[in-house]
Design a protein around this ligand. Structure first.
Ligand code: PLP
Length: 573
């Protein structure tokens, strides 16, 4: 690694963005889903906008995992080995983090996200795979979300504590630390250790710790809309893994009496806290009364999430769109016929891909629904099949469906869901073509969100903090058909940008399955009476809706807009 490049990066103060997972491109498989892809999009927009940012994450050399599905949809996982040296440079500097009483050495790989605008954001991938470390310690940064609680806490210690130390060691000057989800909270504890007040006579030793100074430096984005989703560690595990980084009573004051709650820790050590959509901000506010929780709705990186044929179309009619997605406001200039033509091009590319993966020949003229995301219970991937007879009646020869998504290796309910979709696709094989594509990743995601006709999403409310795949679809003129949760509450105009499934969002905080039936009923009614007839009989209206998905949804739900808001509301305040 030549030292000049590092010098370039450290010459101005930076925003440090910490995330357990970052999804920049499919060759660097250090992401599991929306959280990581959002982090990648954040960094890409920061580079385009020439924001002074440095990102920190873990190397995860075995990736998340490669999904293998057998003929019945049973998932097995294989490591997704990749070679960092192909994409990044190993830096010489090392830092140590005390774990289980040992000094674990940490090194960093430097990856640069370079934009055509001249922006360049360095991303540090932390790595404990050093010959000097014990074998078990070399494993700490190997797997993303693998292992038990102890393993997870070790990873969070490397990310938070090791990350801060590495930035210091490399000479970075940091003006804000942004924690993307609670996994990075330990960075704030590390900062706290640096900011001890110089008080001579202390009547309460807690006053020594300059919490306000840390709060001023930190920004925290929460992504978890349910209490059970927050990362928690027993103090037994904490002391075993980390000893006592700060006195236990101080840590308990900040992170919770009974167990160390990473979200609570971040909330107590951060001035600016936000949720990832307006509704999620409110849900989080209710979950943590006494803290002020703002909302900055997510967005996706426009250039990354637009397929080739639409890129060409936008270049022709809206030049400059990639770095100024506001130009989508003028999508009305684009003739209907050209929108339809580039859509068919993307659809054909997807159907070719489906054929090569599954051998199944789908029909270019048939209304195609897409559903792809992490396979986990609350996403309710099987809702479309609540009444298979009805689905057959309305969909025979007029509907085809493409699924994809990985279940976390330990998520048995998620795995069962995949098997259920396999079972149903067999049951319906004579009337409706359905495929489930194996090994969902970013590259496949782009093919799917651009190549289907409708993007379907029916999570259990209010569990979809934001959701971002629907924003990607909108960038390719694909309208959303979705439950009113997360971003869609803000992006939905019925029959204009897409369609809602089920009732208006309510104030209820707890999730329950009481609406399953209502949601399914509404899904069927609209599919039968609105989507299918409009698609086949009123192409003009259909293309208008595609245009509105671009002009209203992509126009707003992009990460350039999101980053400008982080700058003005969180970073410089
Ligand atoms: C965008 C994306 C997601 C997020 O999808 P949601 O529907 O928002 O949950 C997950 N996985 C991959 C690979 C993605 O590209």
């Amino acid at each position: 690694m030549n030292a000049d490049r590092l010098l370039e990066h450290i010459k101005e103060q930076k925003i440090a963005y910490f995330s357990m997972e970052i999804g920049l491109r499919k060759e660097i498989p250090t992401y599991s889903g929306g959280l990581g892809v959002l982090a990648g999009d954040t960094i890409k927009s920061a580079a385009d906008l020439r924001l002074p940012m440095v990102a920190v994450t873990l190397i995860a050399k075995r990736g998340y995992f490669r999904q293998i599905l057998d003929e019945r949809g049973r998932q097995t996982e294989a490591p997704e080995e990749w070679n960092p040296a192909l994409y990044m440079d190993l830096l010489l500097q090392r830092v140590a983090v005390e774990i289980e009483g040992r000094d674990v050495l940490v090194q960093a790989w430097l990856y640069e996200v370079k934009s055509l605008t001249g922006g360049n954001v360095p991303v540090l991938f932390l790595d404990t795979d050093l010959a000097e470390n014990r074998p078990e310690d070399r494993e700490i940064t190997a797997a993303l979300y693998g292992g038990d609680k102890v393993y997870r806490l070790k990873q969070e210690a490397v990310l938070g504590i090791g990350g801060v130390r590495m930035l210091r060691k490399l000479g970075f000057e940091i003006k804000k630390y942004h924690m993307n989800e609670g996994h990075a909270s330990l960075l704030a504890v590390e900062l706290l250790k640096e900011f001890k007040r110089d008080i001579e006579e202390v009547w309460d030793e807690r006053l020594v710790w300059d919490v306000d100074r840390v709060r001023d430096l930190c920004v925290f984005t929460t992504h978890t809309p349910v209490e059970a989703g927050h990362d928690k560690f027993s103090y037994d595990i904490v002391s075993r893994v980390m000893g006592e980084p700060i006195p236990l009573n101080v840590l308990k004051d900040l992170g919770g009496k009974d167990s160390l709650n990473m979200t609570l820790l971040a909330l107590n050590l951060t001035e600016f806290v936000n949720g990832v959509a307006k509704k999620h901000g409110e849900v989080s506010q209710n979950m943590f009364p006494g803290y002020q929780i703002h909302a900055i709705t997510n967005g996706v990186h426009s250039y990354t999430w637009t397929c080739d044929s639409f890129k060409r179309l936008y270049d022709k009619y809206l030049p400059g769109w990639a770095n100024e997605p506001e130009l989508f406001v003028r999508v009305g200039r684009v003739p209907d016929s050209e929108i339809w033509a580039v859509h068919l091009e993307a659809k054909k590319a997807l159907l070719d891909f489906v054929r090569s993966e599954t051998g199944i020949d789908m029909d270019l003229g048939v209304l195609t629904l897409g559903f792809a995301r992490r396979a986990t219970a609350y996403k309710r991937a099987d809702m479309l099949f609540s009444d298979t007879e009805r689905l057959k009646r309305m969909g025979s020869g007029r509907l085809q469906i493409i699924y994809a998504g990985k279940a976390h290796p330990k998520d048995e309910a998620g795995k069962a869901l995949i098997e259920r979709i396999f079972e149903l696709k067999e049951r319906l094989r004579d009337s409706i073509k359905i495929v489930y594509l194996q090994n969902y990743n970013m590259e496949m995601a782009l093919k799917l969100v651009s190549g289907v006709d409708v993007w379907l999403n029916n999570p259990l409310r209010p569990l979809e903090a934001s959701g971002t795949s629907g924003m990607k679809a909108a960038h390719n003129g694909v309208p959303n058909f979705s439950v009113l949760d997360g971003w869609w509450i803000e992006g939905h105009i019925e029959g204009f940008t897409g369609w809602a499934i089920g009732p208006e969002p309510s104030e209820t905080r707890v999730s329950d399955n009481a609406n399953d039936g209502k949601d399914a009923e509404d899904l069927y009614n609209k599919l039968e009476n609105i989507l299918i007839p409009t698609f086949y009989n009123d192409r003009h209206t259909w293309i208008r809706i595609m245009q509105n998905a671009i002009g209203k949804n992509a126009y707003y739900f992009n990460s350039h807009r999101m980053m400008r808001r982080y700058v003005t509301e969180a970073y410089i305040r």
